[in-house]
Design a protein. Structure first.
Length: 285
């Protein structure tokens, strides 16, 4: 038995004794009523969107069709984007793609960054369901905190209680072929309750179910949705912090009452792994 084999066996034994490397046990939280955050319109510099579009095409004409895969994530740290693996899997197999950071007040605005590397968690759960794995995208350059891009800290809050301020950020996509500036229109979906443990297809205790009444605005034709990897945002002492990430798209349970439901992963349980990968660039507090 060589030294490498001994080291690998030691890691497996240590991780197995803890249930999983870099994961902390999640506390059980009962159903809670969540107070909606006021409108986040114009205050979303922490959203990242990425698409499977060759960069030369993107720079040439900025005209896209519905076949291009578009997904979302959240900016964390100085050069990281957090999302779900099922979100980037199609992109990795479709060739080059450009990551574009957007603000709802500036459609298609932002800074393009190339992907340097992506990181998946080390799990000793035999097989996690597709989409549950979160993924960290490491960019080739630093993200500066300006009026377009801003990093998010991850909230370590686990005892979610009644009237905690939370919202899920979702995107509604549309495209006008005659106007490339209307690639998308970012909207938010405020939730009126948070529940844990009653997802229809819930597998592990680091998953949460989110949903509730849609926060309607003055436009009757606005459609809200939870896209893959839409951030779950918590407002703590006036600051927006990342609590979770949607890993399964939502469904509208009742068109008459306009209610949504989605499954998200609870990010506090991933914080040890996130800080390890990012060399503590990402803050969990």
């Amino acid at each position: 038995m060589n030294l490498t084999t001994v080291i690998v066996l030691f890691i497996i034994v240590v991780c197995s004794s803890q249930g999983a490397c870099f994961l902390k046990e999640n506390k059980t939280v009962s159903v809670a009523n969540i107070k909606s955050i006021p409108s986040l319109e114009g205050q979303w510099p922490f959203i990242a969107s990425f698409m499977s579009i060759p960069e030369r095409e993107f720079l040439k004409n900025r005209i896209f069709d519905d076949e291009h895969y578009i997904c979302t994530g959240a900016i964390v740290g100085y050069r990281w984007v957090i999302t779900s693996y099922q979100c980037i899997y199609p992109l990795l197999h479709n060739g080059n793609y450009t990551i574009v950071y957007t603000s709802s007040t500036k459609p298609l605005s932002g800074i393009s960054h190339a992907l340097k590397h992506y990181h998946l968690p080390i799990n000793l759960f035999p097989y996690l369901p597709v989409g549950v794995d979160i993924c960290l995208l490491e960019l080739d350059e630093f993200i500066f905190n300006d009026n377009v891009t801003k990093s998010l800290d991850i909230s370590m809050k686990k005892d979610l209680k009644e009237y905690d301020n939370m919202t899920i950020v979702g995107y509604s996509w549309f495209r006008d072929i005659n106007d490339s500036t209307t690639l998308h229109n970012a909207k938010h979906s405020s939730i009126s309750f948070l529940s844990i443990g009653n997802c229809e297809h819930k597998e592990y205790n680091f998953l949460i179910c989110v949903g509730g009444d849609i926060n309607e605005d003055e436009e009757d034709n606005v459609k809200y949705q939870f896209n893959d990897a839409s951030p779950l945002i918590t407002q703590i002492n006036g600051d927006y912090m990342l609590t979770g990430m949607v890993v399964r798209p939502s469904t509208i349970n009742n068109n008459n009452t306009r209610r949504l439901q989605a499954t998200a992963t609870f990010l506090p349980v991933w914080c040890d792994w996130i800080r390890y990968i990012t060399k503590e660039e990402v803050v969990c507090k």
